[in-house]
Design a protein around this ligand. Structure first.
Ligand SMILES: Nc1ncnc2c1ncn2[C@@H]1O[C@H](COP(=O)(O)OP(=O)(O)OP(=O)(O)O)[C@@H](O)[C@H]1O
Length: 285
């Protein structure tokens, strides 16, 4: 069997005695769409935060294409090829749509940010700062080329959401509808051409037609071979887009399988319906 893109083993994270993630293991294959579902507080977002380096695990391992990343910070993990969106949507309110998308790409700059590794060395931080200032004012052929490439990526991401983001490309994010802010955030993540796209409730706060639009976009990404790890409460969407569904409860994985297998799993029905919590009345059947 070929190596999975993402491999998580025995992952644990506690918060003041609360076992948010309690020894979970799972993997995501190249090109697979895997969703994590579960009642509120079951550890889904914490799992995403561990995979993307927002939190460090207490124990366990996370490997991306065989390389261990559980101790890496989020910037380094993004460089490794994992891009994410956040549960409550995070955009820079005063930046335009285009600039919000571009911001994510700055981590990939090389010609515009020479010596950037020195930024981490306290006494030598001034070297990359001066170099970047010089390039910003004077420019070099390589930096101009890189800037043009970045502009092209930004435009292609705006094109992806053409009808929605096209007319708003220069508007500040604070003036956007909630759904457009979420789209901007997804575009920013996709601009990085990530190996793994991590989406935390991309349709939260969206109405039915906006949710259907997101589903269409996810299906398009899936058809294009994008690997996705998704946390989502809307089960219709989860069932329609996922190759595999992981069900968490109390920090543990209680079921895992194809959507049709999970739907009828007794432990899952109990977690969602038996205790009458979690999914706002969404019926599993
Ligand atoms: N930073 C934190 N500090 C303290 N406790 C936390 C923190 N993050 C998560 N927890 C706790 O860990 C548990 C799991 O939370 P998590 O947000 O991962 O659940 P979830 O399944 O994503 O829930 P929801 O569906 O409501 O988003 C909860 O009890 C939560 O209160």
């Amino acid at each position: 069997m070929s190596e999975p893109l993402l491999d998580v083993r025995d992952l644990e994270r506690h918060f003041d005695g609360v076992k948010a993630v309690d020894g979970i293991s799972f993997s995501v294959a190249h090109g697979e769409v895997v969703s994590i579902i579960g009642p509120n507080g079951s550890g889904k977002t914490t799992t995403l935060n561990l995979v993307t380096g927002t939190f460090r695990p207490n124990s366990g391992t996370i490997a991306l294409e065989g390389e261990r990343i559980e101790r890496a910070d989020s910037a380094r993990i993004a460089e490794h090829g994992i891009a994410r969106t956040f549960q409550n949507g995070r955009v820079f309110a005063t930046l335009s749509v285009a600039d919000n998308i571009e911001v994510g790409l700055h981590s990939t700059l090389t010609a515009n940010r020479p010596f950037r590794r020195l930024s981490n060395v306290f006494l030598l931080r001034w070297i990359p700062l001066l170099a970047e200032l010089y390039i910003a004012i004077v420019g070099t052929p390589a930096s101009r080329r890189e800037q043009a490439e970045i502009a092209a990526v930004v435009e292609s991401e705006i094109d992806r959401f053409e009808a929605r983001l096209g007319p708003r490309r220069d508007d500040p994010a604070y003036s956007l509808s909630y759904a457009n802010r979420r789209r901007t955030e997804i575009a920013r993540a996709l601009a990085l051409a990530p190996k793994l796209l991590v989406l935390d409730e991309p349709t939260a706060g969206m109405n039915q037609s906006e949710t259907a639009e997101v589903l269409e976009q996810l299906l398009e990404l899936k058809a294009a071979g994008q690997t996705i790890l998704l946390v989502e409460h809307k089960l219709d969407l989860v069932m329609a887009v996922s190759d595999r569904v992981i069900v968490m409860d109390g920090g543990r994985i209680i079921a895992e399988g194809r959507p049709d297998e999970v739907r009828t799993n007794a432990a899952v029905v109990e977690a969602y319906l038996g205790r009458r919590r979690g999914l706002g009345g969404v019926d599993l059947k």
